[in-house]
Design a protein around this ligand. Structure first.
Ligand code: PHE
Length: 356
């Protein structure tokens, strides 16, 4: 064992001290250890240099170095155990800091579709007037969709609504009006019902036409119901939905199942009545076709037209949602692109209306 070797060994011990003090993790410690004890490390080089010593010195020197190596290994192991213990302590402390009563991460709930929002709103408005919600099938018979509504097979009014016919002779309902006779049959007079739902037309799509859209049928039958009742209810719906008086106009409209029949238009909310693609540049939007229930329809529903009268309307829910939420293109309502739905500056009410 030469003096320089003894010095080197001392150096290796000092190095171990420094490395152990500097290591903050078990991994770092492991790396430092293998560097120090490895072939290229201080001790490794020392061991390798033994071969250059005179024969008789090799044994004692090797022993000395190996002892040092063993001591250093033990010190690293001790340091590692200490770090691991500290890590465990920390994990335990972390577990104690975990409070299971804290609220979990907030997951956005999404909101209802604009059409659903107006539908619920109108259901609530009309519930206050005693209307109940009914529904009918989307796959309808010729009888309820046309025949019972005073539209016989060869009637030209069938051309008003291009129909998706099914191979079994049934059809996809072209309006919610089939619910009228169904409700009369089921409930009898007097009657206040609304029937919201999806309807289908064989249409070419554009900004204001879709092959699938939503209507909300309304029907009120009682003794002495008149056009005054009809107009009062229509006005109530619109002023409640838009939270203010809405400019409307009433003009004659032809529907075989009402007499007289009307088209109730509202001033276009998208352009403010100046004309845009959504209102076909007229400034008006057909939103509420309506009229007094035709005696033939009452009869089809088993109601005596001499005893009872009534009104019906077929609110365009999809169009109403477009007006209320400023949706310029009907196709936006059926797309997943939320930017198409709400134009904030056009919004009158909250975008999210939740039914409680
Ligand atoms: N069902 C008619 C349509 O879809 C609308 C309507 C309903 C008209 C009720 C008058 C009365 O075109």
């Amino acid at each position: 064992m030469t003096q320089s070797m003894t010095d080197e060994l001392k150096l290796a011990h000092d190095e171990a001290d420094a490395l152990i003090a500097a290591a903050t993790s078990v991994d770092a410690l492991r790396q430092a250890e293998s560097r120090l004890l490895g072939k290229q490390g201080t001790l490794g080089k020392l061991l390798a240099s033994i071969g250059q010593l005179p024969k008789e010195q090799r044994g004692p020197a090797g022993k000395e170095i190996n002892l040092a190596k063993q001591a250093i290994t033990e010190r690293f192991a001790a340091a590692r155990a200490k770090l691991e213990h500290a890590g465990d302590q920390q994990a335990v402390a972390g577990a104690q800091a975990y409070d299971p009563t804290l609220p979990g991460p907030v997951v956005p709930r999404g909101s209802v579709h604009p059409v659903t929002a107006v539908q619920w709103e109108i259901e609530d408005i009309l519930a206050r007037l005693g209307f109940v919600v009914v529904s009918g099938p989307e796959m309808e018979t010729d009888y309820y969709n046309f025949e019972a509504l005073n539209i016989p097979a060869m009637h030209p009014a069938r051309d008003m609504q291009d129909t998706f016919w099914l191979t079994n002779g049934w059809l996809l309902r072209t309006h919610t009006s089939p619910c009228q006779v169904r409700a009369m049959e089921r409930l009898g007079p007097p009657l206040r019902v609304i029937a919201p739902g999806r309807v289908f037309r064989y249409e070419t799509e554009d900004a204001s036409h879709a092959h699938t859209f939503h209507q909300l049928e309304g029907l009120m039958i009682d003794r002495g119901i008149s056009i005054a009742n009809l107009i009062a209810v229509m006005k109530l719906i619109l002023s409640e939905v838009f939270r203010r008086e809405v400019k409307i106009r009433l003009r004659p409209g032809f529907f075989p199942f009402v007499e007289p029949g009307f088209e109730l238009d509202m001033s276009c909310e998208i352009c403010g009545g100046t004309g845009c693609p959504t209102c076909k540049r007229s400034g008006w939007v057909e939103i509420l076709p309506c009229g007094m229930v035709h005696p033939n329809v009452l009869r089809a529903g088993g109601i005596d037209p001499h005893a009872y009268t009534g009104f019906a309307f077929g609110l365009g829910l999809t169009r109403l949602a477009m007006m209320k939420y400023g949706v310029q293109d009907i196709r936006g309502l059926n797309s997943g692109d939320l930017r198409a739905i709400i134009r904030p500056e056009q919004r009158h009410g909250p975008a999210i209306i939740e039914k409680n």
